[in-house]
Ligand binder design. Structure first.
Ligand SMILES: [Zn+2]
Length: 106
């Protein structure tokens, strides 16, 4: 039987739905950043990626799956990240990022 990855649903034009998704998830991220849940995570002072202790004021909110790639602003997809990891995640290729992460999880 041939494998099909086609979405059976009729999706609206990609650009339009992407834009709505981005706006919605960015708004949710702002709300999440103001929540007690997020403040508690920052108070722990640990970067999710490298596990290093980070001053709460230096922690940034990072989406594990970026919003631009269909990620959502949910508690399961949002982590505390130090500036270094955040920058690396944005700049490195997925494979390079994986290597960077691996050095912290031998
Ligand atoms: Zn880090």
């Amino acid at each position: 039987m041939p494998h099909s990855h086609r979405n059976p649903k009729n999706l609206p034009s990609m650009t339009e739905s992407d834009e709505i998704h981005l706006k919605k998830e960015r708004h949710k991220a702002r709300l999440l950043r103001d929540s007690q849940w997020w403040k508690r995570r920052c108070a722990k002072g640990v970067c999710y990626y490298c596990g290093r202790p980070v001053s709460p004021k230096d922690l940034t909110m990072d989406h594990v799956v970026p919003i631009s790639r269909g990620g959502k602003s949910t508690k399961g997809n949002v982590v505390t990240s130090c500036k270094e990891c955040n920058t690396n995640k944005k700049q490195l290729l997925p494979m390079e990022w994986q290597q960077y992460i691996n050095q912290f999880n031998p």
